[in-house]
Design a protein around this ligand. Structure first.
Ligand SMILES: O=P(O)(O)OC[C@H]1O[C@](O)(CO)[C@@H](O)[C@@H]1O
Length: 508
């Protein structure tokens, strides 16, 4: 039985990658020294926050502190005071804003998007205030330089704020009655905002505080809101370490008196989903931040053993590393099943690509190319290639064992045998047997694949899963001999882009 099962119900099933046709026990045995070294470095990083050789962009040594994140401690990064502040943000957001626009890109966006998609699903902004339990609508911006998309957000904001203004002027309630009791708490503890002026929260996320996309989008949005006399507030989430040399975003916050949250020192953007960078978004949508951290804690404990077959992150890293180095499986298709997990794939793509795709001094570059996929959708788009294409990839499935409430396919067209065959079955059951079938099909041709199963999709198990991958990427970086915490490669195009933007300005 090749599976690692934690007491929480989390399962790492590696039988389809570790068997007589794929990775052999001898491959893992041959790595015993490297694995021990990787684990010792992990333990030392836990104790000291130091990863030898890691320096910040400006060349000075920088600690690596993501290992502290699951623990809420007085002297930690996530403190009890921060948890209280997040709770106050939750209530503040619920009582004061109609819409949140979260601006950020890469690590300042992707983790928050995962929390949003898992908690809120696809139709959050179409729900009524009551259905959203008083939490604001949420838009994401600043993850591209796309005028058409941003205009779309603005159009929605104008529409909703105009509708509110009409409501207030006409003193007609949203249900058409003339009952206008302002600001009376309804059944929940949120305030009914039907007759309050429309208000937007702009959450600007940027660790460096000057990334082009979020900052350009922010300035356009702010200008547009002002131009339409729409009330707004700004919260800045940035590196607040230095007040002498603040990031531009921090300087703007100081100048304008905006509230701030911090990208903690020693935590890179792609490892920041367990910090206030994403927990703020969690708070604003009523996501269970405490359970999310509890899941990460539980995973952290499971990852403290040096026994490779008992430590999920170490095992995952070792198998993926051997797949790449010994068997040429240099691509990883990350394929959760279920639409709300599509953004998890996007988050993982950045984590893997930016952490491991690196030059090495003597061995040439290391990388595994991540591919974002989602089941069942991509069974009808990518799977042909996974099944018959080059033997260069590992498919990583993520399965949710129980989706809770299901929808049953009715037997509406029983005269057609193919439709009758799928009737009286739950849609989630179809989702999971589709995953099982894909897995079996790949395995029938000895194509490398692994499956992680979560008992259900909740904050706890999501925390377990995302934290496991933070550690897995760290372990693999040690095995591969790369620094997981820098990204010098992205500076190359940035150096080219800067003058090109300057040239654009000069043409004006
Ligand atoms: O939070 P920032 O500084 O805006 O950076 C956003 C993203 O851009 C990168 O620096 C790459 O350019 C990522 O590492 C980071 O997550």
């Amino acid at each position: 039985m090749s599976e690692l099962k934690l007491s929480s119900g989390f399962i790492l099933d590696y039988k389809d990658i570790y068997n007589e046709h794929c990775i052999q026990s001898g491959n893992v045995d041959a790595m015993v020294d490297k694995v021990r070294e990787a684990h010792e470095l992990a333990q030392s990083m836990r104790r000291t926050g130091v990863v030898e050789g890691h320096v910040s962009k400006d060349g000075t040594p920088e600690p690596v502190l993501f290992s502290q994140l699951p623990y809420v401690e007085e002297n930690g990064i996530n403190t009890p005071q921060l948890m209280e502040r997040l709770e106050r943000l939750r209530q503040y957001g619920r009582n004061n804003f109609d819409a949140v626009i979260s601006l950020g890109i890469g690590g300042s966006y992707l983790g928050s998007k995962v929390l949003f998609d898992v908690q809120c699903g696809s139709f959050w902004n179409q729900m009524s205030d009551e259905e959203r339990n008083g939490y604001p609508k949420v838009y994401f911006a600043g993850y591209n330089a796309d005028a058409r998309y941003l205009q779309g957000i603005l159009t929605r904001i104008y529409h909703d704020s105009d509708a509110r203004a009409k409501q207030i002027i006409g003193m007609v309630s949203s249900d058409g009655s003339d009952d206008y009791e302002f600001n009376m708490p309804t059944d929940g503890d949120f305030v009914d905002r039907h007759y309050d002026p429309y208000k937007v929260l702009l959450m600007v996320n940027s660790k460096s505080g000057s990334t082009i996309e979020p900052m350009a989008n922010f300035m356009i949005l702010e200008n547009a809101l002002k131009g339409h006399y729409i009330d707004y507030e700004v919260i800045a989430i940035t590196d607040t370490e230095s007040t002498e040399n603040p990031t531009i975003l921090h300087a703007m916050a100081l100048e304008n008196g905006w509230k701030t949250f911090s990208v903690p020192y020693g935590v890179g953007g792609r490892f920041s989903v367990f910090t206030e960078v994403s927990l703020t978004m969690g708070a604003l949508i009523g996501f269970d931040v405490q359970q999310f951290l509890a899941g990460a804690r539980s995973m952290d404990r499971a990852c403290q053993t040096d026994h490779v077959f008992e430590n999920p992150a170490l095992l995952s890293a070792v198998l993926k590393y051997i797949s790449a180095e010994t068997y040429g499986r240099v691509i990883e298709v990350f394929m959760p099943y279920g639409d709300c997990l599509r953004s998890l794939s996007d988050w993982y793509v950045q984590l893997l690509a930016e952490s491991l795709g690196k030059q090495r001094e003597h061995q040439g570059p290391y990388s595994r190319t991540p591919v974002a996929a989602v089941g069942t959708t991509d069974m009808h788009a990518q799977v042909q290639e996974h099944q018959e294409g080059r033997l260069n990839k590992v498919v990583q499935f993520i399965k949710i064992k129980s989706w809770g409430d299901d929808l049953i396919v009715p037997n509406s067209y029983g005269q057609f045998a193919k439709l009758e065959a799928i009737s009286n079955i739950g849609l989630s059951q179809i989702l999971n047997v589709a995953l099982d079938s894909n897995q079996e099909a790949l395995t029938s041709d000895n194509r490398f694949n692994m499956t992680i199963e979560l008992p259900e999709l909740n904050a706890f198990h999501l925390g377990e899963l995302m934290y496991m991958y933070c550690w897995a990427i760290f372990y693999e970086s040690i095995l591969a001999g790369v620094d997981a915490f820098d990204q010098p490669g992205v500076e190359v195009y940035k150096r080219i882009l800067g003058p090109k933007i300057k040239a654009l300005k000069e043409q004006k």
